[in-house]
Design a protein around this ligand. Structure first.
Ligand code: KIV
Length: 264
């Protein structure tokens, strides 16, 4: 049984203890992350870019995520694992339930879906069937072609307010966590304060309840490109174990992300 659970994550938010999260795609890194203090592992569909070499995440399938979820779960029984639901695998409640079931059977503790209020029925059905859900708002990479590129979201007040409304709708539907990606820090704080479930940020400033990074960004090997919101912890520490430990201590202490990693 995972040591971390939706209850311990909710308690961390209530007590103001920052949550640390990294993506992982295999047993060895998942175990190393867990052993060195990472609270949550995400089997992200970012694997379409960092493992498969794609330009976006759209080619990733449910079978891809199921395979890597099994690999990650093999790293440790104690991990809290979120599995990403890939592009078009949750376009209606029925397919959301069928595909999420495959990921839960592969070892996930929770599934993550990109989108706002339109997911209400799917999230309600998933939670009714015993599947914990994490929402994902802001720069949702599966919608990259709608956005016209990987761009900061929520700069306009109307869009910002819609994102807050979406976060509240996700919570009402039963979601137990939300990831927000690439939004101004002021908006990230408004979203974090507007819901009682944990909000994990990436490129969203330090006011969220926790931080997540793609593991390749943490060690500076994402095709030679480090996003503004990330930091090469390997460069600073010189080895993988210390890089992970430093990420965790810096997130817990509020030292990461710093001002230079934020969007305003
Ligand atoms: O797929 C992924 O790795 C993600 C993170 C960027 C949050 O969704």
């Amino acid at each position: 049984m995972a040591k971390t659970s939706v209850s311990t994550l909710a308690k961390m938010k209530r007590e103001g203890t920052k949550i640390t999260a990294l993506t992982a795609y295999d047993a060895s890194f998942a175990k190393l992350f867990y052993d060195n203090g990472v609270d949550v592992i995400l089997v992200g569909d970012s694997l379409g870019m960092v493992l498969q070499g794609g330009e976006d995440t759209l080619a990733v399938t449910v079978d891809d995520i199921a395979y890597h979820t099994r690999c990650v779960r093999a790293g440790s029984k104690a991990l809290f694992v979120i599995a990403d639901m890939p592009f078009m695998s949750y376009s209606d409640p029925q397919s959301a339930c069928e595909n999420a079931a495959k990921l839960m059977r592969s070892g996930a503790n929770m599934v993550k879906l990109e989108g706002g209020e339109w997911l209400y029925d799917s999230i309600e059905k998933l939670t009714q069937q015993g599947i914990p859900v994490c929402g994902h708002l802001g720069l949702t990479p599966q919608s990259v072609h709608v956005f016209g590129g990987f761009k900061i979201q929520g700069r306009e007040e109307a869009q910002a307010q819609k994102m807050i409304d979406d976060a509240q709708a996700l919570e009402r539907a039963g979601a137990q966590m939300i990831v927000i990606e690439c939004v101004p820090s002021t908006l990230a704080k408004r979203i974090t304060d507007a819901v009682s479930i944990p909000v994990i940020g990436i490129g969203a400033g330090k006011e969220t309840d926790g931080q997540i990074l793609v593991m390749h960004d943490l060690v500076g090997i994402s095709a030679g490109y480090i996003p503004k919101f990330s930091k090469n912890f390997l460069l600073e520490t010189g080895n993988m174990v210390d890089a992970v430990k430093k990420f965790c201590t810096d997130v817990k202490s509020g030292d990461f992300p710093a001002a230079e990693h934020e969007f305003n």
